[in-house]
Design a protein around this ligand. Structure first.
Ligand code: SF4
Ligand code: SF4
Length: 120
């Protein structure tokens, strides 16, 4: 019995290891929908200061909301860093230093879902 259970557990863990996680299709729908209504984390602000990213800091309002117009501080309709590569795909132009909230997608602010229903 012990051996049987041991083998069963081994099979389950092998199956879990081989199960391929669905990948983000980079359709950009989540960025298009939520990119204008996000918030920075203290870590983001600290990192952008360290990296000298005044372009990003100027697009953050005093409460930490992103993204805003650098001059008027009015919220933008859409994230200014969505880069469309073709009809179906988009990439993030600030991938290396994008805000934590984008890195942790889908957060509560995104309704914890992939808008295309592909992942998560
Ligand atoms: S909506 Fe889903 S598939 Fe599309 S970019 Fe966002 S996470 Fe990826
Ligand atoms: S910063 Fe990048 S990941 Fe975040 S909404 Fe904009 S394009 Fe998407």
């Amino acid at each position: 019995m012990y051996k049987f259970l041991q083998r069963l557990l081994q099979l389950i863990s092998e199956l879990a290891a081989h199960k391929k996680k669905p990948e983000c299709a980079c359709c950009g729908r989540c960025c298009e929908s939520f990119g204008g209504h996000l918030a920075t984390s203290p870590r983001d602000l600290e990192r952008w200061r360290r990296e000298g990213r005044n372009d990003l800091l100027s697009r953050t309002n005093r409460l930490g909301w992103i993204w805003v117009d650098p001059q008027t501080k009015e919220p933008l309709e859409r994230c200014p860093f969505i880069l469309k590569t073709d009809e179906q795909r988009s990439v993030c132009a600030i991938q290396d230093t994008k805000p934590d909230i984008c890195r942790d997608y889908p957060t509560l602010a995104h309704g914890r879902r992939c808008l295309s229903g592909i992942i998560f």
